[in-house]
Design a protein around this ligand. Structure first.
Ligand SMILES: [Zn+2]
Length: 206
């Protein structure tokens, strides 16, 4: 099982990584800057029945400098770019599917489209644009896991293999190759490493 490590997050907090690849433990060749930002909000007044009102918001941000060997540095950037592309492509694709589906169903049932159908189809279009990016990213990752070891050997895949699909994979906006980042609030960050040795070293360094 991959190990989760929680630490206090504060503005500009510095986190130290071992001087080696966080994926394979070989000599560090390059680092990837990974900005993180956590927010905490608390309602201080106003609003009706728990809705609306005035909130006070705290935030803290810092940048993780994640070390990789040359090979996994390239791999981490490539994997991240592919999954990010899947998410970006999912927005227009989801909107188009969400918009087209009700119109097609309407056509099949009634044989003609009335003018107000176009307005009604906007709701599923927005829903599609919101939901499909995540689904597409998951699908691309599941397919690539079969062919690519860096995709497969992630905290989530290992959790699936051990029968507890509880942890999330690193990518694309919540981590990097071999590492998942979960910013819990403006004062807490949780890191999960695919490599247990690295997790222990990180634990000792911070
Ligand atoms: Zn490596």
């Amino acid at each position: 099982m991959s190990q989760k490590i929680s630490r206090r997050l504060s503005q500009g907090a510095r986190f130290h990584f071992p001087d080696k690849c966080i994926y394979c433990e070989q000599a560090k060749g390059n680092t990837i800057s990974y900005p993180v930002r956590g927010t905490t909000s608390q309602r201080i007044g106003g609003g009706i029945a728990g809705v609306g009102g005035v909130y006070r918001v705290w935030s803290a941000s810092t940048t993780l400098q994640v070390p990789y060997c040359e090979k996994h540095h390239r791999e981490a950037i490539r994997v991240r770019a592919i999954l990010r592309a899947a998410v970006v492509a999912g927005v227009p694709l989801g909107a188009a599917l969400g918009y087209a589906l009700p119109l097609i169903l309407w056509l099949l049932r009634r044989g003609a489209i009335e003018s107000d159908c176009f307005g009604c189809a906007l709701v599923p279009a927005v829903l599609g644009a919101v939901l499909l990016p995540g689904v597409l990213e998951w699908l691309v990752r599941m397919i690539l896991c079969r062919y690519s070891e860096p995709f497969a050997n992630t905290p989530r895949s290992r959790a699936y293999a051990s029968g507890s699909p509880g942890s999330l994979v690193p990518y694309p906006f919540s981590g990097l190759l071999g590492m998942r980042v979960d910013v819990k609030s403006s004062s807490e960050i949780e890191l999960e490493f695919a490599n247990d040795e690295i997790a222990q070293e990180f634990d000792g360094l911070n």
